[in-house]
Design a protein around this ligand. Structure first.
Ligand code: CUA
Length: 155
């Protein structure tokens, strides 16, 4: 079969790109252990309120300007409904939902996460600027969705 010169060139470039992408993917997966941020930690949504750490939701100081926030996003609020921290603090969030899918967005920050029942969402954020931050649910979750919010006060 005759393949035109340019067609062969493009096929070669295409295959080389494909192989290099697969190699990059393999290195990320096997060497750097990268994985999508889901299904890593699971929880039975029916047992959220009796399973640690969600049996004691709240904020605990764990270091110099570092806090662990264990939160539950439920229809139609967040527990705890207010977090007060000093400026420059880092919060390590651990969040789950006992009912339906919720959003966890804090405007004017890079925080925007999905809270999926059965899964535990974890991320960290450093609050450098003082002020009042609002946590809003940005996934439609039912009749009270637009009322679902909480506050982070950075002093
Ligand atoms: Cu929770 Cu919308």
């Amino acid at each position: 079969m005759h393949i035109h010169k340019y067609e062969r060139l493009w096929l070669t470039i295409g295959c080389a790109l494909l192989i290099s992408f697969l190699i990059i993917l393999a290195i990320q997966t096997l060497v750097f252990k990268s994985a999508p941020p889901s299904h890593l930690e699971m929880i039975n949504p029916q047992e959220v309120y009796t399973t640690a750490p969600f049996d004691k939701p709240g904020v605990v100081k764990v270091g110099e300007k570092e806090y662990e926030a264990t939160m539950i996003a439920f229809a139609f609020s967040f527990t705890p409904d207010e977090i007060v921290i000093p400026r420059g603090s880092k919060i390590n969030f651990t969040i789950t939902s006992p009912d339906v899918q919720h959003g966890f967005q804090v405007p004017n920050t890079t925080i925007n996460a999905m809270i999926v029942p059965g899964q535990i969402t974890k991320f960290s954020y450093v609050f450098d600027k003082p002020g009042e931050y609002i946590i809003i649910c940005n996934e439609y979750c039912g009749a009270g969705h637009q009322l679902m919010m909480s506050r982070i006060i950075v002093e």
